[in-house]
Design a protein around this ligand. Structure first.
Ligand code: EPZ
Length: 429
């Protein structure tokens, strides 16, 4: 296993180019199996989750040609299996998008019950409710979800819960259903719009993505397409919050500012200066930060994936801040380790009270999941002294070249193997 050794305290300074969106890439890759023709995808982030998704596609029989670090050519004509390999699927929750895309292509899918981050219960009842409405039958046998449909017929589906995953899975299945499907109370994230654009480029007829209601007229055949994945708004937001938390000054480039409005607003509320240009945003955190209340909501609200880094920012603001996590039941995995670094945080159910402004000190901590890991890395950069962050494989799932980007902004961060690093001497052996 690898860990990061980080020496604080550093104010991040400089420019960083934002990679393509993980949460868009893991949706458009499985969507490619709707066609037998050539698909070209670019601006894919070079992260573990994308590599895993590509490995699943190859395992299913899709021919893949890597075109540099961030682009692939796929030829799904040779796809021959309807059951992705368990060892690959269990590595990430987004592999459940093969339910919708294999149903659309073959009318059948067998996908292991998804794993994923430990963020509290993550049911898939809305996915299964939607598939049933389109005429698919589902059963759970030996840890596998088995779906079959003689024919997918369009339907009106009202989601009880706003779910990105369920919205995406039903867009995939409904794209090939006979007739019209109307999805209501859907997720409105930019990644939903990006997927709709890709599916329409392949011949789908999807309207309303990004609003509360998506209308889909089933298409009989899908052609190949070329698609450029949107920038990763969560990576961009992570660097923007890190700039303010470390009292630095950072420009994030290749972003879509519209996707980051909630983060920009919150940063201004705590006193950071934020300059917005058409494709870049500058955050100047060389200010006295003010405490604030941070509540997460589905897009366009403040994203739950930025709640952990947002909490780290609030530990730097003198006074009482309140964080309310409205999307997941258990998304405070970063709190115990932040307290180990000296943060004063009290969690009561979905709410966390932060008494900020007391400074953090370096400590040995462990990344419990992807976004909590990013939060602990930011905390280590703003803390006094040395921190060790273990289990950074979680972070490698969703942040491309994370340490290189942080080093380019002035952070002192080294990746070492657990057995190489001797804590007593502080040296990599
Ligand atoms: C997506 O997960 C993202 N993952 C998550 O990002 C993100 O945190 C989450 O959306 C919320 O924004 C990807 O896009 C790959 P949901 P997803 O279905 O689709 C409940 C990251 O760090 N729900 O929108 O699994 C669910 O329990 C990851 O990049 C049901 O009740 O999330 C949760 O409380 C972590 N029944 C809420 O909806 C269902 O059938 C939102 O979940 C489905 C979901």
């Amino acid at each position: 296993m690898e860990k990061f050794i980080i020496t604080g305290k550093t104010a991040l300074q400089g420019k960083v180019r934002i990679s393509g969106s993980k949460n868009s890439a893991v949706a458009v890759l499985p969507a490619a199996v709707l066609t037998e023709d050539l698909v070209f995808l670019e601006n894919l982030p070079d992260i573990t989750d994308v590599r895993t998704m590509i490995a699943i596609l190859e395992d299913l029989g899709v021919k893949i040609r890597r075109r540099g670090r961030n682009a692939v050519e796929l030829t799904p004509g040779g796809l021959s299996k309807i059951a992705p390999s368990y060892d690959l699927v269990k590595k990430m929750r987004a592999s459940y998008y093969f339910m919708g895309s294999l149903l659309a292509r073959f009318g059948r899918a067998e996908v292991p019950i998804p794993g994923g981050c430990d963020l509290g219960p993550r049911p898939i009842d809305q996915h299964l409710k939607g598939f049933a409405a389109l005429g698919a039958k589902s059963s759970i046998e030996h840890g596998m979800i088995k779906l079959t449909a003689d024919k997918l017929i369009g339907a009106r589906i009202y989601f009880d819960v706003v779910s990105i995953g369920a919205t995406i899975n039903l867009m995939l299945a409904a794209a090939a259903a006979e007739g019209r499907t109307v999805l209501e109370n859907v997720a409105k994230e930019p990644e939903i719009v990006d997927l709709a654009n890709f599916l329409n480029a392949m011949g789908a007829s999807i309207r309303g993505a990004g609003t509360d209601v998506i209308r889909i007229d089933g298409a009989g055949k899908f052609t190949g397409a070329r698609h450029t994945v949107i920038p990763d708004r969560i990576e961009a937001g992570t660097f923007m919050l890190a700039a303010a938390a470390t009292r630095g000054r950072v420009v994030v480039e290749d972003v879509i500012p519209k996707h980051l409005e909630a983060i920009t607003a919150k940063l201004r509320e705590v006193g950071a200066k934020v300059e917005v240009e058409p494709e870049m945003i500058e955050v100047d955190g060389e200010v006295n930060l003010k405490p604030s209340d941070l509540k997460t909501f589905p897009y366009p609200g403040f994203p739950t994936d930025l709640q952990p880094p947002g909490m780290v920012l609030l530990t730097a603001a003198k006074g009482l801040s309140v964080v309310t996590e409205n999307v997941f039941d258990g998304r405070y995995n970063h709190v115990d380790d932040l307290k180990r670094m000296g943060a004063q945080i009290k969690v009561e159910g979905r709410t966390a009270l932060i008494e900020g402004g007391n400074g953090l000190s370096g400590a040995p901590v462990s990344a419990p999941d992807l976004r909590s890991g990013a939060a602990l890395i930011i905390a280590a950069i703003m803390a006094d002294g040395i921190s060790e962050i273990s289990s950074i494989d979680h972070v490698d799932r969703g942040y491309e070249k994370f340490e290189e980007k942080l080093i380019s902004l002035g952070a002192s961060i080294k990746r070492v193997n657990d057995h190489e690093y001797d804590r007593a001497s502080g040296e990599a052996e």
